[in-house]
Design a protein around this ligand. Structure first.
Ligand SMILES: [Zn+2]
Length: 99
């Protein structure tokens, strides 16, 4: 059976065929947004991200990815609430002149 390679965990909404060998190269969002070249698993070719080709697509992808990350980061207990700092310098206890 020859099925398409599955992306393991990483966000790869799509894939593009390698121009050299035709192997489907998954388009990893993180790699694309970081302008990192994608490596073809078939022939090892590096596919550079054509940044100037579709700035609108990259912008929408960036927005989508930010939303995904925020949704994933919205855990029930993300961070412990910072404790209220002790109130220093209370009213009415300023240095009185002695004596
Ligand atoms: Zn290839």
């Amino acid at each position: 059976m020859t099925s398409a390679p599955r992306a393991g965990g990483a966000l790869a909404p799509g894939s593009t065929p390698c121009p050299f060998c035709g192997t489907a190269v998954p388009l990893y969002v993180e790699a694309i947004l970081a302008r990192r070249p994608l490596a073809c698993a078939g022939c090892g070719a590096r596919l550079e991200v054509a940044e100037g080709a579709s700035p609108a697509a990259l912008a929408s992808l960036d927005a989508w990815y930010q939303g995904m990350r925020e949704a994933m980061a919205a855990a029930p207990e993300a961070e412990p609430a910072p404790k209220a700092a002790p109130d220093r310098g209370r009213r009415g206890v300023r240095g009185r002149p002695r004596g």
